[in-house]
Design a protein around this ligand. Sequence first.
Ligand code: SF4
Ligand code: SF4
Length: 441
Amino acid sequence: MEHKKGVRMSKSIKQKNRIKQIKDFIIRIWKKQDTRYMINRFNDFMSLTKYHPKFESFWLQLQMPVVDSITYKLPIKIHKYVYNDKKWNVIDTLLFKYTWSEHESLISDYHCFFNKVTGFTIRFGKSVDDEPKYCDLGPEILDLEISVNGCPKVGGHNCKFCYKNNSDKPPTNMSFETFKKIFDSMPKCLYSIAFGITGVQTNPDFPKMLKYCRENDVIPNYTLSGADLTDEMIKITSKYCGAVAVSCYAGNNQLCYDTIKRLYEGSHGRLHVNMHIVLSEDPVQMAHLLNVLCDIQNKKVVGLRNIVFLRIKPVGRAANMNCKITLRTYRKIMQFCLDNKIGFGFDSCSAKTAARVLKELGHGDLTECCEPCESSRFSSYIAVDGRYWNCSFCERSDWFKPINVLDYDNFIDVWHLPEVVRVRNIETDQSCPVYDLDSKE
Ligand code: SF4
Ligand code: SF4
């Protein structure tokens, strides 16, 4: 017993020293800025999350980037904004990004901490249990389409369920100049860009865009089939991206597994390599999905971090399909993953159902990680022609009047246009505001 106490004691001294180190570091930086208020807010943030049981297991993910920033004396950037009389601060180092709002009342209603190495993100409002409805400053995530068509065929075909209706026809690409204009208009709270590509070679400016993101404190990621992946592109991806996802198509499992292994090994395990798979009740697709889960269980997929189920939506080539997914199906695949310790996730369109099933299966604690649709609240979608839509699944629908962001120098102005605010304020009880996706049985 005494021995155990001793161990706990030394751990807690170590911990206290680290906290002191962090505080000294923050004070040193911000003394220069003469913003005592900022020091207090950051300290509050660190201690709130430290002592809150919700973040207990994640504390290291918050602490380590700050400790390492001190140890390696990394440069710190501080960005400040004032919009509608509200003040905002963004702190950026190579390892983390932290954004928060300021109020006269001294109670901040938005905090977002992003660990640039692990991708771990936490967001909360006035208290740790308070969930902000949206970020007033701008999006945290941008889904940016940089190519249409020009897809490398997979197994001799264009993908069966492509919601964009893309094919191997000649491509339309976004130029680097257009990309840069959009990127530079974004407020610094943006921490990640998901590139909407068709093939990795389709847009010749793609590597330059990835580099520009990383050099300007935004972590890029993208999804690929692997059909046109070169060793050179693995190097570029490994250098600039935080994560990649490899789509797994029925009949072409091996291409997916080989691509995951190449990316994982080529990056020496640094990249987070996930798999994307369409979740549909279509019998061929369901048999494929179960087959893939068995392959993962049998360790046939080397280097895989998580499998991510993308719920089918009635758009593009799936427009005329029955896109209902039963609760029974969600239960079956989640139980399988939990039983076999397979890391899994869903797109936010599934979040409400996934949270319900997790609770049923006795994993209510995991619902903390289920983020319902965040379009126009925390995330944004811009198509190849520079038009903003609520999300990529609404593109070309009557549901949203698109906005040409190239007409604006500052994306914060787009973020506050009536059309964006209209959809942001639709109350849906966590359901999709556009499609009827909730499962009832
Ligand atoms: S899913 Fe991707 S690769 Fe397949 S056709 Fe659509 S855009 Fe092209
Ligand atoms: S609006 Fe609907 S389809 Fe679009 S991201 Fe949200 S939940 Fe998904």
